[in-house]
Design a protein around this ligand. Structure first.
Ligand code: KG4
Ligand code: ZN
Length: 359
């Protein structure tokens, strides 16, 4: 029988400073998020130094607010978990040092959490899902298919050979003048657009492996957008609109995710006999992507777990939850833990063909 616990989780790997208090019975007592996205908007993307300073300014009030909203004090907390990587090192340092300081002062166990594992285990917090399951992880910097067998037990089936799906959203949004953050802006702009108005590529659609490629999509959007602008300038009324571009891009990304995931579903079922699919990470907030994956899961006889929108993008609850899982396995981290800007979930996975650095 595992021991019940309540964990404070801290997330600070990108532009959200977040703290949450979560119990091992899957209760989220508080989940506070302060975003610095507005400060970065004028630069078209997250500026690491600005993000780090902002984390430093708000981390303490964010933690205090989480405790007060949960109606508890450090006396009620059994351990402190914080994102230890991967991510922007300045922010990860702020969260890690705060967590270590609290753990040392209160003599509590400390857990250095892999941010990707936070996304990976969210379905266990929200749906109580049992292992194993196939995970499509689609965040800002990662697009991966993983067989998840337990905390710390990941086998990577596929990853991106170039850009992540989130980057395809963000970079295309910038080309289309929709600003930052790009994913939600594209989704909003796509309303009323025609998903087949612009012919965009579906890279690697029929490839025999489970790896992704999205950089050609971004280039295709840029060249077609230029052509459409020229047509608008010439006064052509039939030139496609921003809405058409946004809808077509969204559809192309959803199609690519579905094609690769379909291949992975077959491999996963052959290896485990299980039919559970989970999608997690910021791009999982996109309704077109969610619907396309639901259709795939239904057609293949799989169940699909999608976190609620607020737990798709970065948050402290997912970090606290990993802390709960590790507390119960007695897997604490030493206070000497050094933040890891790169921290693959599957250290053993070979690099995808065509490149060797993104994991
Ligand atoms: O998981 P996440 O919040 O942060 C990282 O760990 O990277 O993911 C951020 C990514 C960004 O690329 C953002 O544009 C994308 O998720 N995103 C979306 C949506 N909301 C966030 N992409 C498409 N549609 C959305 N609604
Ligand atoms: Zn994330």
């Amino acid at each position: 029988m595992s021991t019940a616990c309540t964990i404070l989780g801290i997330e600070s790997s990108c532009d959200e400073t977040a703290a949450a208090i979560v119990s091992s019975d899957r209760t989220v007592h508080a989940n506070i998020i302060a975003s610095s996205a507005e400060l970065h908007a004028r630069y078209g993307g997250v500026v690491p130094e600005i993000a780090a300073r902002q984390h430093l300014d708000v981390i303490r009030p964010v933690i205090e607010q989480a405790l007060s909203e949960a109606g508890c004090s450090f006396d009620d907390i059994d351990g402190i978990a914080a994102t230890g990587g991967p991510g922007l090192i300045g922010g990860v340092l702020v969260g890690t040092m705060s967590a270590k300081a609290i753990a040392a002062a209160r003599e509590l166990p400390y857990f250095a959490v892999n941010h990707l594992e936070g996304h990976a285990l969210t379905a266990r917090l929200t749906d109580g899902l049992a292992f194993p399951y196939l995970l499509l992880l689609v965040s800002g910097g990662h697009t991966q298919l993983l067989c998840v067998r337990g905390p710390g037990l990941y086998a990577r089936y596929g990853t991106t050979m170039d850009d992540a799906a989130g980057e395809a959203f963000d970079k295309s949004a910038s080309v289309l003048g929709l600003g930052y953050p790009g994913g939600p802006a594209i989704e909003k702009a796509a309303i009323g657009g025609q998903p087949n108005a612009i012919q965009l590529p579906r890279p690697r659609r029929n490839a025999a492996d489970c790896h992704f490629s999205f950089s050609g999509l971004k280039t295709a959007v840029a060249t077609r957008w230029q052509a459409a602008n020229d047509a608008h300038k010439e006064g052509r009324q039939d030139a496609p609109s921003v809405a058409d571009f946004a809808a077509s891009l969204q559809q192309a990304i959803a199609d690519s995710l579905v094609a690769r995931t379909k291949r992975a579903l077959h491999r996963f079922y052959d290896e485990t006999g299980s039919r559970q699919l989970v999608v997690a990470g910021g791009v999982a907030a996109n309704q077109t992507v969610r619907h396309a994956l639901q259709e795939l899961a239904t057609a293949e006889g799989f169940t699909l777990s999608t976190p609620p929108l607020s737990l798709c993008t970065d948050n402290g609850a997912m970090i606290a939850w990993v802390g709960c899982e590790y507390f119960q396995l007695n897997r604490t981290s030493p206070l000497t833990f050094a933040p890891r800007p790169r921290w693959p979930l599957d250290d053993e996975a070979p690099p995808p063909p065509g490149r060797g650095i993104r994991s």
